[in-house]
Design a binder for this molecule. Structure first.
Ligand SMILES: Cc1ncc(COP(=O)(O)O)c(C=O)c1O
Length: 552
């Protein structure tokens, strides 16, 4: 029996069965379970619209084979697992993202159970559920369970460290000039309160960096230097945003941490990884354990962004030697000072959002990090209009697009070609991928190239051999070549000549039905565009055409 029929049949049964039938049972556990089932049936019936719809959603089965980013037919199936915002093209998925239908379903189930059990759940099962979530999430991050605490979001995780650090007047902290506003405010508060001096690193934007043979190394060195040159003997903390929310730029946090520790191992290195979780592969073997072993001491992030968990769960990783030194944000004297759980003294909170973590992880792993990231990159390239044969083949394979998409594909406009009378770009993109791959002339693999000038082959055996073996298009990709979009997530910001950020956001919404968010930052101005798994090729195509039209 399918789910809809099942729900309908139990619904009818429940309607025709007096609730107190359950009371005929003599076993109190059975009575409890029967009553729970009956109330649940009523609850589910109230949500008939959602559930009958859900039936069509074809839940993901695991594991999916690697998917080509441009395989619209298969991505459509995945997309069906996520809600779509009605009436608009929603390209602002950087704030938080849709839960998949499966995760939402679980969330409702858990919420139902807690709502029925109320304080009995909290008193008897809550801690057990938190511990279960801790184990599965720590496994996913590949970090020790005892270094992981849950918070409600990144803001809370990082405030725990920023407010709880044992500051003394005159201490210095180094932050980035594109760090997230809430973190900057937290440092401003400790500055006002404890006399801490804030130094801001001017973080180079990667598309401003001249590429050479050693591009990745030089990129990492130049970013690291922006922080390390500010270090003095008063520096107590370095705060790095791992993936910049304004541009999608992936910052080489591991390299920065290693360099900072090389200068002074006592400086605490803190990473804002709000956007890193389930979004970036960064360096090919990017992992949270890699960050820790490179020298990062604490990491904060959110599960409601790229992992698609329900709103309201963040994580905080703290290395053992720092746990004892950091004061918890909420007073806690009951838990040992060196126990990570002291950071979780939050009072009553929605445990159902922690209970869904394993489902959200499962959804993510079913699709696969690499398939997901290449898809997001493809959507980003689509709206930017970057079309380069070799890149497309490396990323997207040689699938023959159905005629409908082939036609649209051919109409994509490269936004970087639109210039004004003075030859200046009418459209400016903050976050376009600069490091891309091109086939070498001898057909012997791939070379690094930026959008303008070719550079010599990067001596990286693993990436070239992966691609050679793939024959550029037979099934094995999308394993990402090591340096392709190495420093980019799915986010970018775009401006159009003649429009302020707010005007552009309004125009896109009013005239084209496309929802983005205006960004007016000293170094980044325009509308931020963030596609996600619920976004389609057509959504990004429509943005491409809209931007081109506005620039004409
Ligand atoms: C870089 C960065 N840090 C921190 C945050 C805060 O995340 P949350 O709202 O989940 O606390 C955000 C939110 O977008 C962000 O982009």
């Amino acid at each position: 029996m399918n789910r809809k029929k099942f729900i309908q049949s139990v619904g009818l049964l429940a309607a025709s069965t007096p609730v107190n039938n359950a009371l005929h049972s003599t076993n109190s556990e059975d009575i409890h379970n029967d009553l729970m089932e009956q109330s649940k049936t009523k609850f589910l019936n109230r949500n008939q619209v959602f559930h009958s719809d859900d039936e069509k959603k074809e839940p993901l089965k695991e594991p999916l084979e690697p998917l080509w980013a441009a395989d619209e037919i298969r991505w459509k199936k995945i997309r069906k697992n996520y809600p779509k915002t009605p009436g608009i093209i929603n390209l602002e998925n950087g704030y938080f993202s849709h839960q998949s239908w499966s995760t939402l379903n679980k969330h409702l189930d858990f919420e139902f159970d807690i709502n029925v059990e109320t304080s009995r759940f909290m008193r008897t099962q809550q801690q057990n559920e938190i511990e279960k979530a801790r184990v599965s999430f720590a496994q996913f991050l590949q970090i020790p369970t005892e270094q992981l605490a849950f918070a409600r979001n990144t803001t809370e995780s990082l405030n725990t460290v920023i407010m709880g650090f044992p500051w003394q007047s005159g201490d210095e902290v180094i932050i980035g000039d594109q760090d997230y506003g809430s973190m900057v405010e937290a440092f401003e508060q400790v500055s006002a309160r404890f006399g801490v001096i804030i130094k801001k690193a001017a973080v180079p934007q990667q598309w401003q960096i001249q590429l050479t043979q050693n591009s990745p190394q030089e990129y990492e060195e130049s970013l690291s230097a922006a922080y390390t040159e500010l270090i003095s003997d008063k520096t107590k903390m370095v705060h790095v945003t791992d993936l910049i929310n304004l541009t999608g730029q992936v910052v080489p946090t591991a390299r920065i941490a290693a360099d900072v520790k090389g200068i002074n191992p006592n400086i605490m290195v803190v990473a804002d990884a709000a956007h890193s979780l389930a979004h970036t592969l960064g360096p090919f073997n990017y992992s949270f354990s890699h960050l820790l072993s490179a020298g990062v001491d604490a990491v904060g992030g959110s599960l409601h962004k790229w992992l698609c968990n329900p709103i309201g769960v963040g994580f905080l990783i703290v290395k053992p030697n720092w746990i004892e030194k950091i004061w918890p944000l909420m007073g806690d004297t009951g838990i040992a000072k060196n126990n990570i759980r002291k950071f979780e003294h939050q009072g009553t909170r929605p445990i159902q959002s922690l209970q869904t973590i394993s489902t959200a992880i499962n959804q993510h792993e079913t699709i696969g990090s690499e398939s997901k990231l290449t898809r997001l990159q493809y959507l980003k390239l689509t709206w930017m209009g970057i079309k380069q044969g070799p890149v497309e083949r490396a990323l997207f394979g040689e699938i023959k697009l159905p005629a409908k998409w082939e036609k649209l594909h051919n109409q994509i406009i490269d936004l970087s070609t639109l210039t004004n009378n003075e030859g200046k770009n009418k459209i400016r993109i903050f976050g376009q991928p600069v490091i891309i791959l091109n086939e070498s002339a001898d057909g012997n693999g791939l070379i690094l190239q930026n959008t303008k000038a070719a550079v010599p082959r990067l001596g990286n055996e693993s990436s070239t051999s992966v691609l050679k073996n793939s024959n550029l298009g037979i099934k094995m990709l999308p394993t990402l070549p090591q340096n392709l979009y190495y420093y980019q997530g799915a986010i970018a910001t775009v401006s159009v000549e003649g429009y302020s950020p707010a005007q552009l956001a309004k125009k896109l919404l009013d005239e084209f039905g496309i929802y983005t968010v205006a960004i007016d930052h000293p170094r980044v101005k325009g509308v931020r565009v963030t596609p996600h798994l619920s976004s389609s090729f057509e959504d990004c195509f429509r943005l491409n055409q809209a931007l081109a039209k506005l620039a004409k």
